[in-house]
Design a protein around this ligand. Structure first.
Ligand code: SF4
Length: 293
């Protein structure tokens, strides 16, 4: 719309974002529909753990590292980014400021664990030899069924031959056998979105486990991503059905140990708040916490 037309018709209000499915929220629903409801519909606040915030900090350091000239992407430089990145994030986000009382020794010890994750990163690759096409990239596409997919990719590398590699940093402390299926689900999600956006199936999906100092690589193919697309359609239809009725059931599992909402969960003797109805405009947003697992 032109500025003139906007002036005739009053202020231009941006259109609300359509409900979308993110890998984190789809994963929540698959794990436990009630967890999805608490996060995406009730939007209950969750106090981030020190491990989650460490993940946010390490992701931000790695993002900034790739903003430096390639010759400067060395461990000492990454370590030097740590304190200023943490100070910036703490100033920007209120909920992080209360993580450590001022002057607490625990903060130094915690920053040292973040530094170890950065060291772990450097054992897995040499960033001086890489020239990522994108970092922290928001990707969004609509499937033929009308489902809108949206998420953030940590990094995309594109080879001179045009082959795409999707990279995800894992900084969490959950046992790897629990996290792996979830991580692969997330990576297939990004592979599908990039395939739809660019017309090319990414050549490789790479998960970098910084604490374990191990990488997991995976090569998707069209047939698998087509099946995965059907899975996402089914998940979204199930979410919409539950959204209409408010029937989001708890599904107790080992992952309940990481759930912030046990006190409200009937599986643990709690009572959920009254169902507020299906949210508009967006029930699929990812947060920095989602991307820091
Ligand atoms: S405690 Fe477990 S069953 Fe209950 S909402 Fe959380 S993940 Fe679901």
């Amino acid at each position: 719309m032109s500025e003139e037309a906007g002036a005739d018709q009053g202020p231009v209000v941006p259109a609300p974002r359509r409900p979308a499915l993110s890998p984190s929220r789809a994963g929540d629903f698959k794990q436990c529909p009630l967890l999805y409801r608490f996060r995406a519909v009730d939007r209950l606040p969750e106090q981030p753990s020190t491990a989650q915030v460490r993940g946010i900090v390490v992701h931000a350091v790695l993002e900034e590292l790739f903003g430096l000239p390639s010759a400067e992407r060395v461990p000492a430089r990454a370590h030097a980014l740590l304190a200023p990145v943490w100070a910036r994030l703490r100033a920007e986000r209120e909920e992080l400021a209360s993580l450590f009382p001022a002057g607490a020794d625990a903060e130094d010890a915690w920053l040292a664990t973040a530094a170890r994750l950065i060291d772990g990163y450097f054992t897995l690759e040499d960033p001086r030899r890489l020239d990522p096409e994108a970092r922290e990239l928001l990707v969004e596409t609509e499937l033929s069924s009308g489902v809108l997919l949206r998420g953030y990719v940590d990094r995309i590398d594109v080879a001179p031959t045009g082959e795409i590699r999707v990279v995800d940093y894992k900084t969490g402390t959950a046992p790897r056998e629990i996290g792996e299926a979830k991580a692969l689900f997330q990576m297939k999600f990004y592979a599908l979105v990039l395939w739809r956006l660019r017309g090319v199936v990414p050549r490789q999906l790479r998960l970098m486990y910084l604490a374990d100092r191990q990488s997991l690589t995976y090569t998707p193919d069209e047939a698998e991503l087509t099946r995965f697309e059907r899975t996402l359609d089914a998940v979204w239809q199930a979410i919409l059905r539950a959204g209409r009725t408010g029937d989001f059931r708890p599904n107790r599992s080992r992952l309940c140990d990481w759930c912030a909402h046990q006190a409200l969960c009937p599986a643990f003797g709690g009572t959920p708040p009254e169902y507020p109805g299906w949210p508009e405009p967006d029930a699929g947003e990812e947060t920095p916490l989602d991307r820091a697992d």
